[in-house]
Design a protein around this ligand. Structure first.
Ligand code: DAH
Length: 355
C-alpha cells in the first residue's frame, strides 16, 4: 500500500466513524484516535521519512488536507450532537406552564375557634370588647373575691387544678382558672366605665368523661355602670340568642343560685330541634331537650360583695354578669349531639373537616 492509499483509507475510516458517533464523548475519543499525538495520522506521517525526498512536500500537504478535513468533520459532528443533546435535555426537563397546578391541602380554623370569633363579633356590635385575663390566676380572683371564702362548700362545684407555686398571703394559692369569672374583679379594679367586656378563655376542671373535657372554653360577659338592671341583662341575652342561634329561638331566665350574683339565673334557650314543643314533626318525643328548653349557662346581677372586693360602692354601681360555655353553645346552635365531647380535641381530621 502506498502512502497515499494509506492516507485515503484513514480518511475514509475516520469519516465513517465520525458519522456513526452518537455522543460527544465518542467524538472526543475519535479525535484522539485519529488526530492525537499518538494517533493514527501522526504515526502515518512518521512513515514519510522513508518516502523519496522530492515527493515529501506534496505528500505532506496532502496529509495536512486530510487532517483539516477530519478536524472539520469532527467540529460539524460536535455541533450536531450537542444540539441534539440540548434538545433532549430541554425536552426531558420541560415544564408546561399552562398545566393546572396541584393545590396544596388547605386547613381551616377549628370549629371552637370559629365559634369564638362569631361570638366576639356578635357582642362587639353592641359595644362589648373582648378582653384577656390570665388563665393561671390567684385563688383570690377565681374564688375569694367572688364571694366564695376559703373552705366554702360552693367551691366544690369547680373541680380545681392547683399549681404547685408559692401562695401569696393576700391572694392565696395559684390555680388554673376553672371559669372565666376571674375577669370580673380584675376588670372592675380598673374602674373604666362603662365596663362592657367579654372575657373568652380556657377553663380547666378535673373532669374527663363523655360529657366533660379537662380544658374547655367559656365566655364571660360583664356590664357594670350606674343604673344597670336586669332588663339590660335580658335585652343583651335576647339579642345574643337571636343572632347566634336564630331569630325564632325563645329565651327564659330561671331562678338559680351563684355566690357571685344576686339574684342569679340559669339561662335557657328554646330547643331548635323540636322548636320548643318537645315533639318532633313525626310525633316522637324530642331527644335533644327534655322540656322544650336547653340550658345555656349562668348569669345574674353582680353581688354587692363582689363589687366591694373590686373597690366599688354597691350603692353607686350595679351590673350583670354571665358565663357560658363556648363548646356547649356551638353544639346547641348546630343541633349537634356528640357521643363523646372529647372528639372535639382529638384532632381527627375526618371529624374536623366537616366544619
Ligand atoms: N362561672 C360560672 C360557672 O363556671 C358561670 C357563671 C354563672 C358566670 C353566673 C357568671 C354568672 O358570670 O353570673 O359555672
Amino acid at each position: 500500500m502506498t502512502f497515499v492509499d494509506k492516507l485515503q483509507a484513514l480518511a475514509q475510516t475516520a469519516n465513517r466513524a465520525i458519522k456513526q458517533a452518537k455522543t460527544l464523548d465518542e467524538l472526543q475519543e475519535l479525535e484522539t484516535r485519529f488526530l492525537g499525538r499518538k494517533g493514527e495520522l501522526t504515526s502515518l506521517l512518521r512513515g514519510l521519512a522513508e518516502v523519496d525526498e522530492k515527493e515529501r512536500p506534496a505528500l505532506g500537504s496532502l496529509a495536512n488536507e486530510v487532517k483539516v478535513k477530519i478536524e472539520s468533520q469532527i467540529v460539524q459532528a460536535r455541533v450536531g450532537l450537542s444540539q441534539g443533546e440540548m434538545q433532549e435535555q430541554l425536552h426531558a426537563e420541560a415544564e408546561d406552564v399552562t398545566e393546572p397546578g396541584t393545590r396544596p391541602p388547605e386547613g381551616h380554623l377549628h370549629l371552637v375557634t370559629q365559634a369564638m370569633r362569631e361570638i366576639t363579633e356578635i357582642f362587639s356590635r353592641v359595644g362589648f370588647v373582648r378582653t384577656r385575663y390570665p388563665e393561671v390566676d390567684w385563688d383570690w380572683y377565681a374564688f375569694e373575691a367572688l364571694n366564695m371564702p376559703k373552705d366554702h362548700p360552693a367551691r366544690d362545684e369547680w373541680e380545681t387544678f392547683f399549681i404547685d407555686a408559692p401562695p401569696s398571703a393576700k391572694m392565696g394559692k395559684v390555680v388554673l382558672t376553672p371559669h372565666t369569672s376571674n375577669a370580673q374583679v380584675r376588670e372592675m379594679e380598673q374602674k373604666k366605665f362603662p365596663i362592657r367586656i367579654i372575657n373568652m378563655a380556657k377553663c380547666y376542671r378535673r373532669q374527663m368523661d363523655i360529657t366533660h373535657v379537662p380544658m374547655f372554653h367559656q365566655f364571660e360577659g360583664l356590664y357594670v355602670d350606674k343604673n344597670v338592671g336586669i332588663t339590660h341583662l335580658r335585652g343583651i341575652f335576647d339579642y345574643f340568642v337571636k343572632q347566634f342561634f336564630g331569630p325564632t329561638r325563645q329565651t327564659r331566665l330561671r331562678p338559680f343560685h351563684f355566690r357571685f350574683t344576686e339574684p342569679s339565673f340559669e339561662i335557657d334557650v328554646s330547643c331548635g330541634i323540636c322548636d320548643g314543643t318537645t315533639k318532633l314533626p313525626n310525633g316522637e318525643k324530642c331527644r335533644t331537650c327534655k322540656s322544650g328548653w336547653l340550658e345555656l349557662g349562668g348569669s345574674g346581677m353582680v353581688h354587692p360583695n363582689v363589687l366591694k372586693a373590686a373597690g366599688l360602692d354597691p350603692e353607686e354601681y350595679s351590673g350583670f354578669a354571665f358565663g357560658w360555655g363556648v363548646e356547649r353553645s356551638y353544639m346547641m346552635k348546630e343541633g349537634m349531639q356528640l357521643d363523646d365531647i372529647r372528639t372535639l380535641y382529638k384532632n381527627d381530621l375526618r371529624f374536623l373537616q366537616q366544619f
